[in-house]
Design a protein around this ligand. Structure first.
Ligand SMILES: Cc1ncc(COP(=O)(O)O)c(C=O)c1O
Length: 407
């Protein structure tokens, strides 16, 4: 039996409506999410597994076909820099050894870069592993999960699976996180997830606002941990934006996550990290595997961290492509979120799911729709040649009125 992605999302209420309590899931069965944007499984009946993410994976396979423009998953279109690739090539002969030294090296480099001690840093197999581990560490059937809606789904899906009440607080009229309402919803919660910039809306909050939010939650609900996900940190241009890592190393109720999957272009290599106080990280570590990152990924990450020129170039490249893409939509009279990331949301004034299907048929894979923001298309910025191809298709589809609406 197949359960469609749409039914699945509607039923767990991601995208605005508050999610109900109870880990058994709305199908009367537990729900498991391996990654937020794919691999969502439901187990029904006597051990029978059904996959409500199957349609989405089928889209992803289509997106991965040769010649497709893949601007659907906020991936970096150019990949890691040459130094990271060279590091992988240079370390093949270490594949017989467990990656202990390389792990320490990466942690030390991250610590230096962030101005923290090595004991303030832990690694994950992507930040996705750390999100799941944080859920396991801080949530329970009596400790709720709080997040914006829509936001990055993986931690909310896992919270649901482990039986925590999930409180999804709708984004505001500008598609920003409603920090006041999220703060109010945090009373008695185990974990608050604050995604800044927020995926999928590409909206940001200033450091001062996030710090005020942390203070508010600490006062209202002293036992609640606040996880600030800064996955798209390097791409942000907004004035006043900044990391809250300094708060995480002071405050045992704050954790910050980063990933190598975005600006570093290493989504396929799987590495992310958390910064926090040692006692906070210890709770998360109980739920992760020792040696969870491969030797080749570690050496690539190490080289990538030191290759600051590549990161500067990638940020500039993204900014240029973003300006080009935004101009196309602005000229057409469409409104967009601020896009302080490698993606944005555009109000395409028609059903985004239908638009996605039509674009896919023409070789352009854009993000799925995020109910209840059904007219908002999430578009990742690819390379400039890719975006030129993409906007040509968008132009045709958008000028095609009703046909583009999915008929
Ligand atoms: C906000 C956010 N956090 C975390 C992740 C997971 O990233 P990783 O590849 O590090 O598991 C993503 C992936 O898209 C994301 O958008």
């Amino acid at each position: 039996m197949t359960v469609s992605r749409r039914r699945f999302v509607q039923s767990i209420g991601v995208g605005g409506a508050a999610l109900g309590a109870g880990g058994a899931g709305v199908f009367g069965a537990p729900l498991i999410s391996a990654r937020g944007h794919e691999a969502l499984w439901a187990f029904q009946g006597q051990g029978q597994a059904v996959d409500p993410g199957a349609a989405r994976r089928a889209d992803r396979r289509m997106a991965a076909a040769p010649g497709m423009v893949r601007i659907d998953s906020n991936e970096n279109p150019i990949g890691p820099g040459k130094k990271a690739i060279d590091a992988i090539r240079a370390h093949f002969d270490e594949c017989n050894r467990y990656p202990i030294v390389a792990e320490d090296d990466v942690i030390a480099t991250i610590a230096k870069l962030q101005g923290v001690a090595p004991e303030n840093v832990m690694l994950g197999c992507g930040s996705g592993e750390l999100l799941r581990a944080a859920d396991n560490a801080f949530l329970s059937k009596t400790s709720a999960y709080v997040a914006g809606g829509p936001t990055f789904e993986a931690p909310g899906d896992w919270a649901k699976f482990i039986g925590a009440e999930v409180r999804s607080v709708p984004v505001d009229s500008k598609l920003g996180l409603d920090l006041d309402a999220m703060g109010a919803a945090s009373r008695g919660a185990g974990l608050v997830y604050l995604c800044n910039p927020n995926n999928p809306t590409a909206t940001v909050h200033t450091k001062a606002d996030v710090m005020a939010f942390i203070e508010k939650v600490n006062k209202l609900s002293p036992e609640t941990t606040i996880l600030v996900d800064e996955a798209y940190f390097e791409y942000v241009d907004a004035a006043g934006y900044g990391t809250v890592i300094p708060a995480a190393i002071q405050n045992p109720r704050v954790l910050v996550l980063r990933t190598f999957s975005k600006v570093f272009g290493m989504a396929g290599l799987r590495i992310g990290y958390a910064v926090g106080r040692p006692e906070t990280l210890a709770k998360v570590k109980q739920w992760t595997l020792g040696s969870n990152i491969s030797q080749l990924t570690l050496v690539a990450a190490h080289a990538a961290l030191e290759d600051t020129a590549h990161i500067t170039a990638e940020v500039a490249r993204n900014r240029e492509v973003k300006a080009f893409t935004r101009k196309f939509f602005a000229d057409g009279g469409y409104t967009m979120t601020s896009a302080d990331a490698n993606f944005m949301m555009v109000d395409i004034k028609r059903d985004a799911a239908a638009f996605k299907k039509l674009a896919l048929k023409q070789g352009i894979a854009i993000g799925r729709s995020f109910p209840p923001l059904t007219n908002q298309a999430r578009i990742t910025f690819g390379t400039m040649p890719e975006m030129k191809k993409a906007v040509a298709v968008f132009k045709e589809l958008l000028s095609n009125g009703n046909r583009a609406a999915g008929s």
